[in-house]
Design a protein around this ligand. Structure first.
Ligand code: PLZ
Length: 453
């Protein structure tokens, strides 16, 4: 039996409340200061400045309260300022804040590696290295795969997103704004067609054949060190591949000696109702990448994989000053504990039911909702041009922009996604109540109504 998280545990009332125009005057004043000292390249989707956050609620400096359906892009998966995480991190801060694991190690790093070995798919021997960010995990996975295979080629898929460092910019599908003007880019990255059932109508087997043929022709499997896939594409718009697609890719990788890497930076750490989304597709990746939700809001990332692959790098070949910082590692241990203690995998499924039921209802009313898709607390809607819903499927990014603005004005924070900016994605915390989800769905309903009026 698991206990549930009583609402009384929340330190901020779990409700939306708008008391000023959005953004309010205090946010506007901070924004003016920011524009003078922070470059425009670092932009903010919604420039309301946050003073407090708890559970599923963000409180801004003007006292407005927003229902957070983004969780900092899937980071505060178990809720903002979750008490277990805050306590563990605080205690660790006082015990040891930093030593650098590659100088003098500490237990917390080892414990995170043990937990990841236990919870990532596959029962084989696994090892983990820790880093600071998702992009750094991707970079390290590629380093390790190259050292292990003694090959250089890196295969990625259309609509992929892997980060903002030099190598990962080359691995992203979308240029603007991620890589525009930032070249030269890393070489030996090969982008293959993916499976996007809503658009390509292909079966998993057909899409896999297309991907594999493409890579065999344009690179050749013997030159590929790794294939990096997001089991559910995140920034690409929560694209869920057709059944059998990913297992076919993994089988091809295994046959050809290509390291199969699952970038679970957005889809992992309980978000989809499994610790890792790979499990939904029957995958046992050679390497699994974690970040975002792993440490409840503190910066931590991980590469976990088959021991023999992970051990390919020479001693000293992997590291970094802050990688696996003790405070972030202690927070991650707490995240694993809280997921178990509160049965949060099941909560992800509850969130899926409430959200997808509500969104499918909206789809019946508004034909610009072309597709509703997702698993667990990772659900998206793809918006298309009016009247073309089931036929041309032309992207409607204007509607996404208008809806996100309407939601924000009414105290609901939603995120956008998709190569064409025409996807609204929902990544709420697993502890968000059905009442808050339904309240937020009501706000969206009104937004759609005003848009299509
Ligand atoms: N791989 C699948 O989703 C990060 C980007 C936010 P970092 N996605 C959010 C932004 O605009 O910078 C992401 C991801 C997947 C890798 C990354 C990169 O993770 O922690 O942002 O480096």
């Amino acid at each position: 039996m698991t206990d549930t998280i009583p609402t009384a545990d929340f330190t901020v009332p779990q409700e939306r409340k708008i008391v000023t125009v959005i953004p309010g005057p205090a946010s506007d004043a901070l924004h003016a200061r920011r524009l003078a000292v922070v470059p425009v390249g670092v932009s903010s989707a919604l420039p309301v400045y946050i003073a407090r956050a708890n559970g599923a609620i963000l409180v801004d400096v003007d006292g407005n309260q927003f229902i957070d359906l983004g969780a900092g892009i899937g980071v505060t998966t178990i809720g903002h300022t979750q008490s277990g995480v805050v306590e563990a991190a605080t205690e660790q801060l006082n015990a040891v804040t930093h030593t650098l694991f590659t100088i003098t190690p500490y237990e917390e790093y080892v414990r995170v590696a043990e937990l990841l070995a236990e919870h990532t798919p596959g029962t084989f021997a696994k090892k983990t290295m820790l880093a600071n960010s998702g992009a750094e995990a991707v970079e390290n996975a590629v380093k390790i795969a190259r050292k292990y295979t003694r090959r250089v080629g890196v295969a990625v898929l259309e609509h992929a997103y892997h980060g903002r460092t030099n190598l990962t910019m080359a691995m992203n599908f979308k240029a603007a704004p991620y890589s525009t003007g930032f070249g030269p880019f890393a070489g030996d990255v090969y982008r293959a067609p993916n499976s996007y059932p809503y658009h390509d109508g292909l079966s998993g087997a057909e899409a896999a054949k297309r991907t594999i043929d493409y890579l065999e022709k344009t690179v050749g499997s013997y030159d590929l060190a790794c294939l990096v896939v997001e089991p559910i594409q995140g920034e690409g718009g929560f694209v869920i591949p057709a059944e059998g697609y990913l297992p076919a890719l993994q089988a091809w990788c295994t046959e050809k000696g290509i390291v199969f890497v699952a970038d679970e930076i957005q889809s992992g750490m309980a978000r989809t109702g499994a610790y890792f989304a790979s499990s939904h597709f029957g995958l046992e990746p050679d390497l699994v990448l974690s970040a975002k939700g792993i440490a409840g809001g503190l910066p931590l990332a991980a590469v976990t994989g088959r021991a023999e692959i992970m051990d390919a790098a020479l001693p000293g070949g992997l590291g970094g000053t802050f990688g696996g910082n003790p405070v972030a590692a202690a927070a991650a241990i707490a995240v694993f504990g809280e997921i178990e203690k509160h049965g949060l995998l099941a909560e992800a499924t509850r969130v899926e039911q409430t959200l997808s039921t509500g969104l499918l209802e909206l789809q019946k009313k508004y034909d610009i909702i072309g597709d509703v898709r997702g698993i667990g607390a990772m659900i998206a809607i793809e918006l298309v041009q009016p009247g073309t819903g089931q036929t041309t499927k032309e992207p409607n990014s204007a509607a996404v922009t208008a809806l996100a603005a309407h939601a924000a004005q009414n105290g609901v924070l939603v995120l956008t996604a998709g190569t064409y900016g025409n996807v609204l994605r929902f990544l709420p915390s697993l502890t968000i109540s059905d009442a808050l989800l339904e309240d937020a769905l009501g706000v969206l309903d009104a937004g759609f109504a005003s848009l299509t009026a």
